[in-house]
Design a protein around this ligand. Structure first.
Ligand code: CS2
Length: 485
């Protein structure tokens, strides 16, 4: 492996079957400030911006904001913020992306983040801060959380995205920086509304006058984002180095599929993302639902079940015929009948395509990565479908088994030191109590109390039965017996 690192100076030496920026990196400006400059953002939105810049739309460069760690900034600075996206599917392709102009690390210089969002050239703020970055508890912002409490006290040095945005809106209104669109790019139902609620809550506390300006100048909108993007490992770095003949400290791998559907309700200028493959729609809700209830829900099923079965990657679990059939049946027999979809989507075809994408063995996707923060994920991905199925007198038995597998996943991953979840401490406290009594406790921690199924005795009885079966035999056996009955 060569020792030299990727940089602007080295771009001209890169193999010509690698897509490199055709734009002049010095002439782009950051019309976008993005919170959460992690792998997903770099393989998804940043690639759409890369295509825009390639078309001469130079104002859609990105300033990234990291809310916790400086790692991404530290990796990218020595390589002029360039990095490689490796698309791994049936074939292999590489792109060097140059759209990130800088990354600010919030805790280091909070005011710099507030200032850049308040700048006139910033037209769009986007977020991939993951579910826990919204601090929701049963759909409401958790005002008891210490970060939220910090920002309710003062937004001079914010801890949350809401705090940064509220402080920046105050400044924007004072200097007349003009309209701003704030766009959620997380796997969230109505994420734009959560951002709006958080910012308004803080403005009501710190600057009620700004609320009037906000109503006229800021649009909070949502989008459906989709591209499977695993964490970076050493193998990927080696693959990229071999192709580029240069070292990249932070490449990212992704599947060939990419989709971005955006609510068309911008304040001021709308970036022409539709010219580079995104779709603007009036009603984003059904698109969010399709993604969350089929794709993300399926992922979370595989994460819990696969972990219990002893697998490491998503594609491996799907090689177990009973489990693959179970997940397909859950989506088609329990979720599909209660999930309204946009006219342009055929649910059955969508589910088949999703499962096919999950089988991509060229892009190993760790079950523990998908299992991360599961307590925050299943309340959006599974719970509404269960309630809908119960209300429609439909079948929810597959989903009951999923819940049982999740409870067992929390128990086992806690015991084995594998659990990565914001509620880890609370789960640990529950586990100190006897095993099966954990079911209700775990579920209420994950926000289930707000849902009808939690008080549905026959549904909860089958969850308990499945838990006992998993403990008595194992997950694959439980599933096999269930689907053969
Ligand atoms: C996954 C998502 O980690 C997870 O929970 O379900 O990150 C998924 O890979 C993406 O939403 C795909 O677009």
């Amino acid at each position: 492996m060569k020792e030299e690192q990727l940089s602007v100076l080295k771009l001209s030496e890169i193999n010509n079957d690698v897509d490199v920026p055709s734009y002049d990196l010095a002439s782009i400006t950051s019309g976008i400030v993005h919170f959460g400059a992690g792998n997903f953002h770099r393989a998804h939105q940043a690639v759409y911006c890369h295509s825009l810049l390639n078309m001469g739309e130079t104002k859609w460069g990105i300033t990234g904001v990291s809310l916790h760690s400086s790692a991404m900034r530290d990796n990218l600075v020595p390589q002029d913020y360039l990095y490689t996206v490796a698309t791994l599917g049936g074939s292999l392709s590489f792109q060097v992306i140059g759209v990130i102009q800088k990354i600010l690390v919030g805790p280091e210089k909070p005011q710099a983040v507030i200032d850049i969002v308040a700048e006139k050239q910033t037209l769009l703020v986007t977020t991939t801060i993951t579910e826990k970055g919204y601090y929701l508890n049963s759909g409401e912002i958790d005002i008891d959380n210490e970060d939220i409490a910090n920002d309710l006290k003062s937004i001079e040095s914010p801890k949350t995205t809401y705090g940064y945005l509220a402080a920046a809106c105050i400044k924007r209104s004072l200097i007349g920086a003009g309209p701003l669109t704030i766009l959620c790019c997380d796997n969230m139902q109505a994420g734009g509304t959560s951002l709006e609620n958080g910012v308004k809550m803080l403005l009501a506390r710190h600057s009620p006058d700004t609320l009037i300006w906000l109503a006229e100048n800021v649009a909070f909108i949502s989008s459906m984002v989709d591209r499977v993007t695993p964490a970076t490992d050493q193998k990927l770095k080696e693959k990229v180095a071999a192709k580029l003949n240069l070292l990249d400290a932070a490449p990212v791998a992704a599947e060939p599929f990419s989709q971005w559907i955006i609510e068309d309700r911008f304040a001021g200028v709308r970036p022409p993302f539709d010219k580079v493959g995104a779709l603007f729609v009036e009603d984003i809700t059904p698109f969010e639902q399709v993604k969350l209830r089929f794709l993300n829900a399926g992922h979370s099923m595989l994460a819990s079940i696969g972990y219990l079965a002893g697998d490491q990657y998503v594609h491996q679990v799907l090689q177990r015929p009973a489990i693959a059939r179970f997940v397909e049946n859950t989506l088609k027999l329990n979720v599909m009948p209660v999930t309204p979809v946009p006219k342009s989507v055929n649910s059955e075809v969508y589910i088949d395509q999703v499962l096919e994408r999950f089988r991509n063995r060229n892009l190993p996707y760790a079950l523990l990565q998908v299992g991360t923060d599961s307590s925050q994920k299943i309340q959006q991905r599974w719970f509404p479908s269960i309630d809908n199925a119960l209300m429609a007198n439909g079948d929810s038995s597959y989903l009951a088994l999923c819940i049982a597998a999740w409870v067992c996943f929390i128990q086992k991953s806690l015991l084995e030191g594998d659990l990565n979840d914001p509620l880890k401490e609370q789960f640990t406290n529950c586990v100190l109590m006897p095993a099966l009594g954990n079911i209700e406790d775990f579920l209420s921690l994950a926000g289930a109390q707000k849902f009808k199924f939690f008080n549905n005795s026959s549904f909860m009885a089958s969850v308990k039965q499945f838990c006992s079966d998993i403990v008595a035999t194992d997950v694959e056996q439980t599933i096999t017996t269930f689907i053969n009955n």
